[in-house]
Design a protein around this ligand. Sequence first.
Ligand code: NAP
Length: 412
Amino acid sequence: MTTETSSQKSERITLNHDGTLTVPENPQLVFIEGDGIGPDIWRAAVKVFDSAVAKAYGGQRRVQWQEGLAGEIAFTETGQWLPEKTLQLLRDKIVGIKGPLTTPVGGGIRSLNVTLRQVLDLYACVRPVRYYKGVPAPVRFPEKVDMVVFRENTEDVYAGIEWPAGSPEANRLASYIREHLNKEIRPESAIGIKPMSRYASQRLVRRAIRYALDQGYRSVTLVHKGNIMKYTEGAFRQWGYELAADEFPGQTISEAEIYEKHGGQQPPDKVVIKDRIADMMFQQALLRPDEYGVLAMPNLNGDYLSDALAAQVGGLGMAPGANIGDEAAVFEATHGTAPKYAGQDKVNPSSLILSGAMMFDFLGWKEVGDLIRNGMESTILDGIVTYDLARQMEGAEEVKCSEFGAAIVEHM
Ligand code: NAP
């Protein structure tokens, strides 16, 4: 990180030694429009962001948006899908927001999103899930859901360490395991490796606990399959409890301690750390959602559970998300580029808009996040929605992407 002298008129967000941010009145934030419907939803979203900031602070604060190129537009202009200049911009400005990006077919890049996470070490994928009144949902009490998933982003079976069935690498590995480690692998098997470290598991859980403390959530649940995968998922659970006890001893308590020392009543000043086996967590999320707040989990569990939770509140197309590391954070629409709707000013910009609200919370501009969320909720409650929600709601007024954004501004 570069430091600045006080004589410079700083508009950059800066990172302090303790990991907190110093946010100036007019911070520079990076935006990446994205491919397909990206430009449509960005145009709608940025008007909502600027209006919310103006309304919250009466012109005292203003975002300076700085464009980073990525995806098809970057490839056309620079020959690269994710130019180094864009990565540098994100490192320098620390916080950014992006639309969806096409995954290039061939060309050696697995996915631009994965690359971005790896290069900037954005190790925590954060997905808040709550219900917005008026959104059609498949369960009876969607309003009971208020959970935030912290998914580890860099390890687990997603590390990309795998070989096809019958490949020389898979065969060699199988013989090594057979000969030296005394475990059988069926001949001609594909092999994938599931690495999980104390370091990566604990930095994720640390972030989840801090978030729960800052945002007033009452619990952090470690979601794992440690009953079956004892040394990976089981260790995740163990490392999570150890971290809580070592680093947050006065602020957290385990479920066992609540029963042993407090007659089953959670002390009001403590966040409870509990754990649930992943398959059971899917049941719990449906049956007793109000007993859960922040959830911390390895990569694969987080991938499945965050989509299931978003669907539970009817918001799969509206779910916000962020990928956060110690030195940068990128907020993003969680859906794809929906190419068939590109340029039609039709789709729902809510995912990007709510990701922006999350970004303003992250900057400490909570008033802006609240204005955006409340504005969106009352717009939907008034029955003003884009096509995707209109087709599920009786008597709704279907509007364009840009009109939906404008309606949110009017409803703030
Ligand atoms: P997709 O772009 O998410 O679209 C699938 C369907 O979801 C759309 O046809 C549409 O459904 C609905 N949808 C998505 N976004 C919507 C929105 N904002 N408003 C309303 N409806 C929306 O998934 P995909 O077709 O599998 O992927 C297309 C491309 O996106 C691929 O290149 C993929 O790699 C990329 N992708 C990028 C990201 C990312 O950048 N984070 C994530 C996922 C996929 P209906 O047709 O029913 O209206």
